[in-house]
Design a protein around this ligand. Sequence first.
Ligand SMILES: NC(=O)c1ccc[n+]([C@@H]2O[C@H](COP(=O)([O-])OP(=O)(O)OC[C@H]3O[C@@H](n4cnc5c(N)ncnc54)[C@H](O)[C@@H]3O)[C@@H](O)[C@H]2O)c1
Length: 332
Amino acid sequence: MTKKSKTILITGAGGYVGSALVPALIAQGHQVRAYDLFLYGEDVFDAHPKLQKIKADLRDRSTLIQAASGCDAVIHLACISNDPSFELNPSLGKSINLDAFDHVLEAVRQAKAERFIYASSSSIYGVKSEPNVVEDTLPEPLTDYSKFKLECEHRLAKANLPAETCWTIIRPATVCGYARRLRLDLVVNILTINALINGVIRVFGGPQLRPNLEIGDMVRAYQALLEAPRDKIHGEAFNAGYHNFSLDEIAALVKKTIGDKKMEIRHEPTNDPRSYQVNSDKIDRVIGFKAMNGLDVAIRSLVEAYRAGKIKDGLKNPLYHNIKRMQELNLS
Ligand SMILES: NC(=O)c1ccc[n+]([C@@H]2O[C@H](COP(=O)([O-])OP(=O)(O)OC[C@H]3O[C@@H](n4cnc5c(N)ncnc54)[C@H](O)[C@@H]3O)[C@@H](O)[C@H]2O)c1
C-alpha cells in the first residue's frame, strides 16, 4: 500500500488474534479501528491515541459501513470461531459468519479500501490423507463453520470490489501461544494449560497430525499481507500452517518445555481421529513469508503468563473458552 501510516479497520479485533495484532499494528504507526462486540471482555488492549474502539455488531450494516469509511485497509476476523460455538446456535452462526459477510464486502466497497484481508481457515480442506494440502487442493469442508468460511471465499471472489481494492484470503492453521485475549480451546494451548494446572498432559488419541501457527507468526503474516506488492497477492489465497506435528509430538514438546521430567502423558480415547497437514510454501514463494517461531515459543509464552498470574482459572474461566462463553451469553 502507498501510505506508510494507514488507517486499518479490524473486525473481531477484540478476539485472540486481534488482541495481538492490534498493538503490533499500532506499534508500526498505523491507526486502528477495533470493531467488535467484545464478547470475551473489553480489557484486551491498552488505550492509545491511535486506537479507536468501536463496540458494535457486524450485523449492524450501517455502523459497519461508517466504521470502514476513510480506511485504507480492512482485516476481517470477526466470527463465531469454532465448530462447537457455531453448532450451539447455527442460525446465529450463519447470520454472523455468512450473512454479515455481505455487509463487510459492502463496507470495503464503499470505503474503496486499498486492501482487504479475509481470515478464512485451513479447516476448509476437510481431512486429507495427502501430505501436500496446497491452496488449490479440493476443499471439502466438514462442518458448517468451515463450509461458510469457504462460501465467504466464493462470495469475495465474485464480489466485484472496486478496481483499487487488492483482496487476499489467508487460511491459517490452529493458532497457539499467549495473547491478552487468550483462547484455551485450541490444541497446543489446551495441552499446556492442563499440564500447568493438573500436572498431567491429556492426549485424546495421539498419532493425529495437526498443523499449528504461533500467534506472533500469525500477526507477522497479516503484517506481511498488508505490505506485500499488490500484483503478488491480489485475488490469491494463502495457507499459513506450520509444524505439522502429531498430538503425541506436541505433548512431548509441552513436557520438555515445562521441564518436568516426571509429568505424566495420559492417553485417552477420542472420537475425533482427524489427522491432516497443510503446506505453506506458497506464501514463502510469493512474498517471502516464513514462520519464525516453533511451538516451543508458544508453549513458553503460556508457561510464563501462567506463572506470572496472568491466566486466571484457566480450565473453567469462560473468557478463555469460546463455547462456555457463548453458552453464558446466549447471544441472539
Ligand atoms: N485462532 C485460530 O486458531 C484460527 C485458525 C484459523 C482461522 N481463524 C480465524 O481467524 C479469525 C480470528 O480468530 P480468533 O481465534 O481471534 O477468534 P476469537 O473467537 O477469539 O475472536 C472473534 C472475535 O469476533 C467477535 N465477534 C463475534 N461475533 C461478532 C459480531 N456479530 N459482531 C462483532 N464482533 C463479533 C468476538 O467478540 C471476538 O472478539 C476468525 O475468523 C477465525 O475463524 C482462527
